[in-house]
Design a protein. Sequence first.
Length: 210
Amino acid sequence: MIRILIADDHAIVRAGLRQFIADQADMSIAGEAATGVETVSLVRAEPFDVVLLDISMPDRNGVDTLKQLKQIRPEMPVLMLSAHAEEQYAVNLLRAGAAGYVGKDSASTQLVSAIRTVAHGRKYVSQDLAQQLADGVSGRGGEPLHAQLSQREFQIFCKLASGMPVSKIAKELFLSVKTVSTYRSRVLEKMGMKTNADLTYYAIKNHLIE
């Protein structure tokens, strides 16, 4: 039996996921969480076979929650859920330790397949994402600018783009202000931008933030 933790702040989404999973003889819902903090607390308390994690939790973004979950239980697969197109986030999340990425508009059969795939220790990627990754390896891909960022750079990029000051980012991530400023410089350089406003504009245009 695959024991699943559903982490999404929308009750109606959790109910829909419960309905899909209830029809599967080899799966059960072992827990639910509506915030990133609740998710981390439940995972600290007991292991799950798969975590379904919404990328847009109300108290912290999915990248932060994912990183914390992987620190607590590195072997536990985390399958990311999002309403955003996978090309916007998927590559960076896979680098950060996600076992896969499923859009909320995906068919229930795709979600069930993804859960089984990651529960057996494999990565789940859609055919479109697999092609995108293959194109990137072969040098043919027109991958977005943020795909070239490391997982830490992407994490800091998201916070800068949302308007968070360097000092607060440093406090949240337990880094020095100087270190965060260095990461900020790297992000701007890699993306060919000059200001935080440029990052915010890019993030909004590419649906990385609301």
